[in-house]
Design a protein around this ligand. Structure first.
Ligand SMILES: [Zn+2]
Ligand SMILES: [Zn+2]
Length: 204
């Protein structure tokens, strides 16, 4: 999920779902476990629900690990953001130790080079397929708009879907839709995969 921005306000009207690196439906092996690496002041009160929802949605068991600050090597000072692609490389180092999929959760703004933009602000990012993804709460209006948990859950499930081999989906009701700037595309308590995406994950 992505959104470019020169400010938070602008960011919200631009792309939410990103991961445009997903062009091939290459199957990845279904991971049995996931490590959630959460940084700094990330709201840990939602971790329990998130673990349950990930298990319910993908059948993946989750452990959580606290890390301190985001690595300074991933910081992009001209925009006061952290590079999501660099963070994924960093998380892949964790993956080498644990051999689990890795989901990074942070509160700082994150960005990637996509859509012909050098630095495009994103909600989350994950390669397709991949071993790690990163989700930021920075743009999800935690304190100012109801439904924060649903938004972060939907972004998490979307990016994990990329890691598991799902590309963006044309079905506008599907969790894997490329939201293209619409906050509405990441809202909703019961967003699901469409039949096609579900069948792909099931190997049919
Ligand atoms: Zn995406
Ligand atoms: Zn779909």
């Amino acid at each position: 999920m992505t959104s470019i921005c020169k400010s938070i306000a602008i960011g919200f009207v631009l792309l939410l779902f990103a991961s445009n690196s997903c062009t091939n439906k290459t199957k990845t092996s279904q991971a049995s476990n996931l490590d959630i690496v959460y940084f700094e002041e990330f709201d840990t009160s939602i971790l329990k629900s998130l673990k349950l929802d990930i298990k319910k949605f993908y059948g993946i068991n989750t452990n959580s690990v606290k890390y301190d600050k985001l690595p300074i090597s991933t910081y992009y000072s001209p925009r006061n953001r952290y590079r999501a692609d660099s963070l994924i490389k960093y998380l892949n180092l964790h993956k080498k130790q644990s051999n689990n999929l890795v989901l990074g959760l942070c509160t700082k703004d994150i960005s990637v080079s996509i859509h012909k933009a050098k630095d495009w602000g994103v909600f989350g990012f994950g390669y397709c397929p991949g071993n790690s993804c990163i989700v930021s709460s920075f743009r999800l209006k935690k304190d100012s708009k109801p439904g924060y948990y649903s938004r972060i859950k939907n972004v998490v499930l979307h990016e994990l879907g990329h890691n598991l081999g799902l590309t963006h989906c044309q079905d506008t009701t599907c969790l894997m839709v490329d939201a293209k700037g619409k906050m509405s595309s990441i809202e909703g308590e019961n967003r699901k995969l469409c039949l096609n995406c579900q069948q792909y994950l099931n190997g049919n």
